[in-house]
Design a protein around this ligand. Sequence first.
Ligand SMILES: Nc1nc2c(ncn2[C@@H]2O[C@H](COP(=O)(O)OP(=O)(O)O)[C@@H](O)[C@H]2O)c(=O)[nH]1
Ligand SMILES: [Mg+2]
Ligand SMILES: [Zn+2]
Length: 372
Amino acid sequence: MKSTQNNMQTISQGNTTHLNRLGWSPFFQDQLGNEDIASGIARVIGVRRNSLVVSQGASEMLVTVSGSITNTREAAYPAVGDWVLLQDSFIITVLARQNALVRKESGRKKHKENDRLGQDQVIAANLDRVFIVCGLDRDFNLRRIERYLTLVYNCGISPEIILTKADLHQNPGECLDEVETVACGVPVYLVSARDDEGVLALKSSLPAGETAALIGSSGAGKSTLINRLYGKDIQTTGSVSENLGKGKHTTTNRDLIILPTGGMLIDNPGIREVALAAGDANSLSAFPDIEKVARSCRYLDCTHTHEPGCQVLIAVSNGELNDERLKSYQKIRDELRYISDREVKSAARVERERWKGVAQKIKTINKKKYHR
Ligand SMILES: Nc1nc2c(ncn2[C@@H]2O[C@H](COP(=O)(O)OP(=O)(O)O)[C@@H](O)[C@H]2O)c(=O)[nH]1
Ligand SMILES: [Mg+2]
Ligand SMILES: [Zn+2]
């Protein structure tokens, strides 16, 4: 206890005001032990192929990851938004995350051959909010929004929705109404390149010291929006940058942007496939309307596909629930079941291996005993 207090003093004498601006909080402070006093604290604001950009509030630097971290699981590797401890220009510790936006690694085909799912990939860590960005052009898709909502809820973060390119749609208000039917109370913002109204509303909702991540398809307008919120073109936008962007993400591009107003935004390269990571298949926060009706189904484990006394099917036939939305719900639910089954199985396999090892040891011990 005493050492923590000493430690706090040491840090507060240092650069804690700078760190607070980056979102430093007691949650992270409490993780520090006495031995950390000499280390620098920093937040990851950019991830490059072989290095990371970190900020200490007043200064930024390029660092690499120490060997012990390189060898850990993908999910434990520092991600944008992580708080880390530095020694020289090495990251030696990644502090425990308050939360993380996680999805399955893309390129599942590669893993299919091995009959296993991709690893969890951390998109961003330590977030106050996540904005799902969707353009009112070809990008507009309610089913994809539902998948994103599920992804974010499953990470324990409250999602919000931003509809961009309102200027490209004849009747953006109609889209807004449609999205509100799947948003179920989640805030929805409408923005356009043509006017400032929506952007200003969004801007005023971003307090200093808070971190928000933007996710959505490539081309949805995330970087354009960040530039407008920033008041200057700092992120590359458009299809040209997307083609160049693959693996060539230049160092001029930041992943975590600190707005002049103090709020922080995490830009993300477009997600081609919304691959859900694990989540509770029996409670889908993105579908409160369906789950509410489902509570009156005759069977507790009703799948809402054929069961007699299924209130969900009745609601669909009455037109109270949308059929497409029910299908989307069932698809997501089945997917999450599949993922958690796989994870349980692989955990069971690990356990079996462990016991095999233990049994082997016991055998050897017994052999020694009896052959004495
Ligand atoms: N008409 C219109 N075009 C937009 C708007 N926002 C973005 N764009 C365009 O959409 C393209 C992709 O935008 P970008 O910000 O790079 O998308 P990102 O991949 O999500 O970062 C660019 O050519 C932008 O100029 C908008 O509100 N209206
Ligand atoms: Mg972009
Ligand atoms: Zn049912």
